[in-house]
Design a protein around this ligand. Structure first.
Ligand SMILES: [Zn+2]
Ligand SMILES: [Zn+2]
Length: 878
């Protein structure tokens, strides 16, 4: 075995080996229940970022674990066409070439996007492979593939025929930059500081005015009423009269509606049904007309009269100027309010009444609510149940049409002759009513999330009754970030239940967001993004995976720090060195036959600890506590196996006495590697193969660790007595080492130790050679009782199951130590005095920030404590 582990040399070799062997493809076995994860499809737009690496790592841990447990395991990868995001990127590329997509035309633009997306798609697959993702590439799906596309059209037609998809004029969120409608979820609401403008509307046929308040004065041009609350006495006499809109001079009625809040502004509100969702509803109730004043590029249209052609914000200023001139602007108040912004490009959203396709979601939400409340679907962590239910119970209709070219075109055809609407899975040649061939398909495409909502069943072959759908659906775990609980998870539950009559998955595991060392969200703007491939090149894939899942727990955000990456790399190196040690031991005595009656106490201890660790890991994995499972595995392998067991074994080998440690070394290492494999697949395979080639035939039957059995705890191996004794031995060595460090004992010097351990004494005494070597303590003697040792001039260490007494003179030169302590006491005493003076100083106390004062107080307490301990040490020296 080479001296050091080089991740870069082995990772791709093993991935290819697994792939060639077909391990990623499950065998359908009707007698066994499969374990299935459908991978959240990354957007075809970009390269994999660190968030994808986290998703892939968590899913791969689950997948490898279940596969090793002998379950038919499917992890189905895929890619999303990401409608709006992809089109925006390609449009920008075209713009750089000086090409406008409208001039290029729909077909040519689509071809360009397709070509680009295809190249990205392959890159994404390669990147996933670098992460070790053991998914079934033979089943990889793309949202625009024929199968998933037919699923989209089928789902649309079924919902339409049930009356759950409709076309209607509603207020939608319009992004003028992206030139498309967006769903509510795709808009970010930001609080901004704006103004509230109070504007007078003259009443028709008189000198009276009614004053309204608005944050968007340009929308005056689209008003179709002024509304007041029917119980508002101030305006009772005005209801039924007409007001004249300033600037355009149109008259609008003054109406009464319960929805008006008399406390807001003046109590009279302007109604702009085409540009405000609340006003839209009021217009429906009161039969008011809609006046749209905006073009799709948010310049003012012909309804804006003299302002036609102006940009919306330019128009706002022009109107304000005109109102001021006419004396109609009463006052302007600063006013903080929430404004929708496009999630993708951060442009201010314009609410616009527009003809769009919608899903009536309420009937779909009902079963989706039930599936969670009756426990058929569990969400981890549980606190997201409430978030999910709250959203579902208040769900609003989902606008699914997008004015884009990239995506699934809406399967609706309009007849130019009779106006009939034909909705069909397959492209019709003629109108379903009059038979005319003069028909035209709806130009819009569907929201990308519509196809994502079908992802759990469309990838398995739905609407066809395929073998995959029958066997792998419902899937087992949906693992994704909590930030797309509504966008995706909730909609998959609705559509899965609607299309198949069954839940899409039984468990939702939500992971948190990745943050940097300082706890900041990673983003391109902040410049703190970590590229997974660069990280792999520097630390190795296993180290990246280790760092990503260190400390991870469901729903909580994760910090990715360089120290965690280093810890992952160091751990791989530690395992490498331990395996080299075991491999070298083969040369001395290749017999690895396990003889129960030939086990030493430390053998029984490590086997007991191994069994305990296996049981804990199994329990933690079943509870989705992957971070804690990994931590316990790490602590066992590093803290017990490498740091202690192997050290004890070395002493045994040097003494030439006792049974060969090889059987236990091999058993513990081989089992631990299998236990760790789902977390760090590459280094475990490399080490396992190194072991395997030295093992006799029949010892490890599989060709790869990834298809070997996952270890199960052996209850018989649990040995509390061995654990108690070895813990005591380790504790003693630890305590002596700490005492040496604290008293700055030179490494070559032997110290004396007297141990008093009650009933454990005989068992511990058998380990005195080990204690001597590991703690550099000689002689180590054992006392019947504490009373046998002196109290003066000793360091007495009270431990959990023993007491260790070290004569001070065996550690230090008493005279020199007294002098050293004396100096340190004087120095610490001076610092205490200085801090006390400072903390009595009124000027300091009043001027310094509270945090600084608190810090000084802490420092004082710490120094006082140290002073006390130094004095005690000096006392002990007599
Ligand atoms: Zn936008
Ligand atoms: Zn027709």
């Amino acid at each position: 075995m080479p001296k050091a582990y080089e991740a870069g040399k082995v990772e791709q070799k093993w991935y290819k080996f697994w792939l060639d062997k077909g391990y990623f493809t499950p065998k359908i076995d009707p007698k066994k229940k499969p374990f299935v994860i459908i991978m959240p499809p990354p957007n075809v737009t970009g390269e994999l970022h660190i968030g994808h690496a986290l998703t892939a790592t968590l899913e791969d841990i689950m997948i490898r674990w279940h596969r090793m447990r002998g379950e038919p395991t499917l992890w189905l990868p895929g890619v999303d066409h990401a409608g709006i995001a992809t089109q925006v990127v390609v449009e920008q590329m075209l713009a750089k070439e000086g090409v406008d997509r409208h001039k290029l035309g729909r077909e040519k633009t689509q071809a360009r996007i397709k070509q680009w997306a295809e190249s990205r798609r392959q890159k994404i697959a390669r990147q996933h492979q670098r992460l070790g993702a053991s998914c079934d590439w033979g089943r990889e799906r793309y949202t625009l593939d024929e199968g998933p596309s037919r699923a989209v059209r089928t789902a649309f037609v079924r919902l339409y025929e049930k009356g759950l998809i409709y076309r209607g004029e509603r207020i939608i969120n319009w992004c003028p930059r992206c030139a498309t409608a967006l769903s509510d979820l795709e808009t970010d609401h930001k609080d901004i500081q704006g103004n509230l403008y109070y504007v007078r509307y003259p009443l028709e046929g008189g000198k009276e005015f009614i004053t309204v308040a608005t944050t968007r004065p340009e929308t005056i041009l689209g008003d179709t009423a002024v509304a007041v609350n029917p119980r508002d006495k101030r305006y009772k006499a005005m209801v039924g009269k007409k007001a004249i809109l300033p600037a355009v001079r149109r008259t609008v009625p003054i109406i009464a509606d319960e929805a008006v809040d008399p406390e807001f502004g003046t109590g009279a509100v302007k109604i702009t049904p085409a540009h405000d969702p609340v006003d839209f509803e009021m217009a429906q109730r009161n039969d008011l007309p809609l006046v749209n004043i905006l073009n799709p590029d948010v310049t003012m249209n012909e309804n804006a009269g003299p302002y036609k052609g102006m940009d919306r914000f330019e128009c706002r200023q022009a109107i304000l100027d005109d109102l001021k001139k006419e004396g109609l602007l009463v006052k302007v108040e600063p006013y903080g309010h929430s404004v929708g912004h496009c999630m993708r490009c951060q442009t201010v959203i314009e609410p616009i009444a527009s003809q769009q396709w919608f899903i009536n979601t309420k009937p779909l939400a009902e079963p989706a609510i039930k599936a969670v409340t009756n426990g058929r679907i569990s969400i981890i962590p549980e606190r997201f149940n409430k978030v999910y239910l709250n959203w579902m119970e208040n769900i609003r209709d989902w606008c699914i049409s997008r004015q884009l070219w990239w995506g699934h075109r809406i399967p609706v055809w309009y007849c130019r002759d009779c106006g009939e609407v034909t909705v069909s899975v397959d492209e019709p040649k003629t109108c379903s009513k009059c038979g005319s061939s003069n028909i035209e398909q709806d130009p819009d495409v569907l929201d990308t999330w519509f196809s994502s909502a079908l992802w759990t069943h469309s990838t398995l072959g739905w609407p066809d009754d395929t073998e995959d759908l029958g066997y792998f659906y419902p899937t087992t775990v949906m693992e994704t970030g909590y930030d797309i609980l509504f966008f995706w998870v909730a909609r998959m539950i609705m559509m899965g239940l609607e299309d198949t009559g069954d839940i899409p998955f039984s468990t939702v595991y939500l992971h948190g967001l990745l943050r940097d060392e300082k706890g900041e969200k990673m983003s391109k703007v902040r410049g703190n993004v970590v590229d997974p491939l660069d990280t792999i090149a520097e630390y190795g894939t296993d180290a990246l995976r280790f760092a990503l899942t260190s400390d991870i727990s469901p729903g909580n955000d994760i910090k990715l720090t360089p120290s965690r990456l280093e810890a992952g790399r160091n751990f791989a190196n530690k395992l490498w060195n331990a395996t080299r040690f075991v491999v070298r031991s083969f040369e001395q005595d290749p017999d690895i036959e396990f003889k129960q009656d030939r086990l030493t106490l430390e053998d029984r201890w490590i086997l007991s600890r191994l069994s305990g660790t296996i049981a804990n890991v199994a329990r933690l994995m079943a509870n989705f506590q992957f971070g804690e499972a990994q931590r316990q595995l790490h602590d066992f392998l590093w803290g017990e196996f490498c740091d202690w067991y192997i050290e004890f074994v070395k002493i045994r080998l040097n003494s030439g006495e006792g049974p060969s440690p090889l059987p236990v070394l091999v058993h513990t290492l081989e089992t631990s590697l299998r236990l760790l494999h789902p977390f760090m697949p590459f280094v475990t395979e490399e080490l396992w193969q190194n072991l395997k080639q030295r093992l006799p035939d029949g010892w490890a039957e599989t060709e790869s660790i990834m298809v070997a059995d996952y270890p199960e705890a052996d209850k018989k191996a649990i040995d509390p007595q061995a654990e108690r004794v070895m813990e005591a031995v380790i504790e003693i060595v630890h305590a002596v080492r700490n005492a040496r460090a604290e008293h700055k004992v030179e490494s070559g010097r032997w110290v004396e130790a007297q141990v008093c351990a009650g009933g454990l004494t005989p068992a511990i005494a058998a380990y005195s050679p080990a204690i001597e070597t590991l703690a550099r303590a000689r002689p180590v003697s054992f006392l019947e009782s504490r009373g046998e040792a002196p109290d003066e001039n000793v360091l007495a260490l009270v431990l959990k199951s023993s007491e260790v007494i070290i004569p001070m003179e065996s550690m230090v030169d008493l005279k020199a130590e007294r002098k050293r302590l004396g100096q340190e006491i004087a120095q610490t005493g001076a610092e205490v005095a200085r801090l006390e003076t400072r903390l009595k100083d009124k000027a300091f106390l009043t001027k310094a920030p509270p945090a600084v004062v608190a810090k000084e107080r802490d420092k004082l307490a710490e120094k006082k404590d140290r002073l006390e301990r130094l004095k005690q040490s000096l006392d002990r020296l007599g």
